[in-house]
Design a binder for this molecule. Structure first.
Ligand code: BEZ
Ligand code: FE
Length: 287
């Protein structure tokens, strides 16, 4: 019989799985077992700590619903989601950032120049730019799919009980023949990730806050190009240096500029904005 001790157990567990030689599954599973065991030995884990971890995961499962995925939130606050985003950003393409829990893939179609804010309180913001490929060529027909919180830091989808339309403050627009997109909206405010569950307890235990820097979400797609999921942040705004889910990247911070009194725009807008920002998206080829 094989001698199992605190060192040989790692290989014994790996060998117990009869996974396909050379497969990605084998690679992922064996790496996970190795790191889990190394960590356990390194910290000399007690029974109490081991049970604490398992109960924490149990609580994450218990509070999760189809609308609330506590494990994704856990991944977010541990920087796991951000790390996966970084590893999957293609060289030359816009950096990826959090999808978050509020995306709807059946958002309404928006005309270029439309106003997403529809009279909401707050600063009216023009967002515009060009969708390009990594060589700088515009990508006419690219789809810019956006969603965001309002001027109080709330997503309409969170307020359906008080009569808000879940499709407000979101939409898909098609870049014009020059690859340009442009629309007005309300400047979003920061908001907190849900902190009334086990992940909130973890944040409190670590003396961390739950605030996200104000942001706009995007998924940008174009035929033959790899889609990007990303976020746009604003220079010198609160939590830009300590976003609770590590979503901010330097390259994703846009400059907010006031709109001058008689300033004219090269494109037709439904609403005259108070402020503007420009952000170009760069997509890399598929594959
Ligand atoms: C968001 O950006 O919408 C978000 C991201 C992570 C957790 C909660 C919300
Ligand atoms: Fe968000």
């Amino acid at each position: 019989m094989r001698q199992i001790n605190q060192f040989t157990i790692t290989d014994a567990v790996k060998d117990s799985f009869k996974t396909e030689e050379g497969s990605r599954f084998k690679f992922l599973l064996e790496g996970f077992i190795t790191h889990l065991h190394d960590y356990t030995r390194e910290v000399n884990m007690t029974h109490q700590e081991w049970m604490g971890i398992l109960n924490f995961l149990y609580d994450c499962g218990k509070i999760s619903t189809p609308e609330r995925h506590e494990f994704i939130l856990l991944s977010d606050v541990l920087g796991f989601s951000a790390l996966v985003d970084m590893l999957n950003t293609r060289g030359g393409a816009t950096e990826g950032s959090n999808l978050g829990p509020f995306y709807l893939d059946d958002a309404p179609i928006l005309e270029l120049g439309a106003d997403l804010a529809r009279g909401r309180d707050g600063t009216s913001l023009l967002v515009h730019g060009i969708v390009r490929d990594s060589l700088g060529n515009p990508l006419p027909g690219a789809i810019v799919d956006t969603w965001q919180a309002d001027g109080t830091g709330t997503y309409p989808i969170q307020e359906q009980a008080s009569g808000q339309d879940k499709f407000d403050l979101r939409g898909k627009m098609t870049a014009n023949e020059k690859g340009e997109y442009y629309y007005t909206t309300v400047l979003p405010k920061p908001y907190t990730v849900p902190y009334d569950g086990p992940v909130g307890d973890l944040l409190r235990a670590g003396n961390r806050h739950a605030w996200r820097a104000a942001h706009l979400h995007y998924i940008v797609r174009a035929p033959g190009m790899r889609a990007i999921t990303t976020e746009l942040f604003f220079e010198n705004t609160e939590y830009i240096d300590n976003d609770a889910v590590f979503g901010v990247r330097k390259s994703l911070i846009a400059k907010l500029e006031p709109v001058k009194k008689n300033e004219e725009f090269a494109f037709a807008l439904e609403t005259r904005p108070d402020a503007k920002c420009r952000f170009d998206f760069v997509l890399a080829p598929e594959g």
